[in-house]
Design a protein around this ligand. Structure first.
Ligand SMILES: Nc1ncnc2c1ncn2[C@@H]1O[C@H](COP(=O)(O)OP(=O)(O)OP(=O)(O)O)[C@@H](O)[C@H]1O
Ligand SMILES: [Mg+2]
Length: 313
């Protein structure tokens, strides 16, 4: 299908969210309610692309013991998925919400390890899928057994196939991928700070950071900064986006929604300032929704005109 977005999810997660009144570490606590959601950045990006009307497919690993949650969920959304089943569990990430203080406590599991043979299978499947792919999205952390340069390898394969690759990663996985020249990276402020090893305080600091990351190999840099908005820089110029005021819900999935918007914009050949507008509207639409809900097309359309875009000299 034309415009197909392929989202790679190497380290999916099962998000177990519990509401625990009076949560206390070191004590026996009881949940008032709980829910289980399939998670992982690549999976979330795919969900949002689908809701915004784009064709999307998923490639990744899943733990053999509890993979059905993800496969059933994506099948229910009519998102084609190719998962390589690996021995062990898909990690379970526990989120404890204390309803009075709204304090969130998170415990992230380590999950499965990937063998060299499974990794080779994934790379072969990625290369096959690139043939019918308009934009490749690489998002999220790496499971044990996957080398830190995997994203660089997948970006190099995408570049050989003439497919733009969007990368949303942190730490080593991001740093090692830059020289492979991804079409776009989307660090948030903290990720950009870790990548550059310095504090980024002002907007001028962010603009300089984006220039440094362009020099480091990224063709387009989007640095997001929560409710403050985001900036986009490429050889074509630089823009700042300020989101409209929203009724805050939960920012869970805001960054993934922004990445989905950027992927759709690249697949549709949109100009950089319009790509930033769409991505910001998508991130903010998700931030206005409660819990793990992500934006839909109507919610994004309602915010588009309210995003203010300014060119940075
Ligand atoms: N409080 C907010 N109000 C309005 N918009 C928001 C808010 N938080 C996030 N957004 C929107 O979502 C975009 C991405 O948010 P953010 O910078 O928090 O991403 P992130 O840190 O990568 O998130 P994630 O934790 O999902 O990876 C922002 O640029 C903005 O458009
Ligand atoms: Mg993020």
């Amino acid at each position: 299908m034309s415009g197909m977005i392929t989202a790679v999810s190497l380290n999916p997660a099962i998000d177990r969210t519990m509401t625990v009144p009076g949560f206390t570490a070191g004590a026996t606590n009881r949940a008032a309610s709980s829910r289980t959601d399939p998670g992982g950045k690549g999976i979330n990006v795919a969900r949002v692309v689908k809701r915004l009307g784009g064709p999307v497919q998923v490639l990744g690993f899943l733990g053999a013991s509890n993979g059905a949650l993800h496969t059933n969920h994506l099948a229910g959304l009519a998102i084609p998925a190719q998962f390589i089943s690996v021995p062990g569990d898909t990690r379970v990430n526990i989120k404890v919400i204390e309803p009075g203080s709204h304090q969130l406590t998170e415990i992230n599991d380590a999950g499965f390890a990937v063998s060299a043979a499974h990794l080779a299978t994934l790379i072969t499947q990625a290369e096959t899928l690139l043939t019918g792919t308009a934009v490749l999205v690489l998002a999220g952390s790496l499971p044990a057994g996957v080398p830190a340069d995997i994203y660089g390898e997948l970006i190099a394969a995408a570049n050989r196939a003439g497919v733009p690759a969007i990368l949303d990663a942190d730490g080593e996985a991001l740093a090692r991928a830059l020289p492979a020249r991804p079409a776009l990276i989307k660090p948030n402020r903290a990720e950009a700070e870790r990548l550059l090893g310095r504090h980024l305080e002002t907007r001028a600091d962010l603009v300089q950071a984006a220039q440094d990351l362009l020099a480091g190999g990224a063709r387009t840099v989007v640095i997001s900064s929560g409710g403050e908005g985001a900036m986009l820089a490429s050889a074509a110029g630089a823009w700042w986006a300020t989101p409209p005021a929203i009724n805050p819900g939960s920012t869970v999935g805001a960054g993934d929604s922004m990445v989905a918007g950027l992927a759709l914009a690249l697949a549709r050949g949109m100009a950089p300032d319009q790509a930033l507008r769409l991505a910001t509207a998508a991130g903010s639409a998700t931030a206005s929704l409660a819990g793990t809900q992500v934006c839909d097309a109507a919610g994004v359309a309602a915010l588009l005109a309210g995003v203010s875009i300014t060119a940075i000299a």
